[in-house]
Design a protein around this ligand. Sequence first.
Ligand code: RNT
Ligand code: ZN
Length: 417
Amino acid sequence: MSNAAFELAKERYASVGVDVEKALALLGKTPISIHCWQGDDVIGFENADGELTGGIQTTGNYPGKARTPAELMADFEKAISLIGGVKRINLHASYAVFENGEKAERDALEPKHFKAWVDFAKKNGLGIDFNPTYFSHPMVRDGLTLSSPDEEVRAYWVRHGIACRRIAAYFAKELGTHSLCNVWIPDGLKDVPADRLGPRMRLKKSLDEIFAEKLDGVIDCVESKVFGIGLEAYTVGSNEFYTAYAASHPGVYNLIDNGHYHPSEDASDKIPAMLCHFDCVPLHVTRPMRWDSDHVVRLNDDLKNIATEIVRCDGLEKVLIGLDYFDASINRVAAWVCGVRNMQKALLDALLTPHAVLCILQDESRFTELMVMQEALKTMPMGAVWEEFCARQNVPADSEWLPVVMKYEKEVLLKRG
Ligand code: RNT
Ligand code: ZN
């Protein structure tokens, strides 16, 4: 059955040179990697009352957070049933599933501790991305891991990194798709350092040790940050440090988390800059807000700019889109669904933009026409195309998915202790 609003929208887009069917097809096959950690406030399964440390924080006490692998998997399945397109799951090492009371230290994790996730991924048709967990752990001493001057600490975390890359290789092999393996460490200092070089040289050495082994299917990346809570003065893994590291180590990429830069910087502009030099640009898409870098992704200008760069730089296959936010003050399933759908809407909006036409206006210095056309495009009927996307993907429209989540909250989430 044809939808009249969609048919009209299609004609309007055709009039500015946009092929709506092509946009829908591209959106439908663009994978979004969904972070598991929104479901339980970044706690993981190592101990029930685990505490989140490492310069990141969740705030809020909304009821119903997942406490076990079974609960997190059920919640994730509920979320992805409301999201169209191709989905992946992004796991952290702290989400290892130990069976029969068996436990393993982080530096001794093995693929078998993630078999439950592989089964889950196969059942749901997901690829898996991975992150070693260098926070919320007693071996993080004085806020340091891979850059620690204490050789026992540094070596422990190097072993963790090596173990995690092998787990990522296992995901890639089992699931027949790459596994992005992302190093983010909290290492930094609260107050004015006496030495900024030493920690960075130690981090460089640690990374060289971690990345020494060649592993099929693993895409390695490093994630910088400008500061963390309690680590305001100095971050060892800064943007320049990691960008230069990635540029000088083929096979290692620089992950851009748009919440990790100075607030007035437009992180979207990093995408074309990186694409000049790298064949892959991994992203953590989030929403920074003042001092916090992890609010639920909304369809705002920052997000639209990111999607625009991905699309107009022909980056849909090169930019690996992952989300990274955690809000404990609202329904966590809704947080997932809302953020992922917003990412997709931003991509759709970018796919419905006649970039080639705009580009000619720029190159011919026709800046008045460029501005007027950019503004006119803002009121094009993207919503009707989005509704059509949801219908074709068999997921609810915007006005229909929240009741499904609320029913789940009543029947499942609120019954958790
Ligand atoms: C922290 C980084 C990092 C984490 C996740 C949990 O500032 O953004 O990516 O959010 O690994
Ligand atoms: Zn991140």
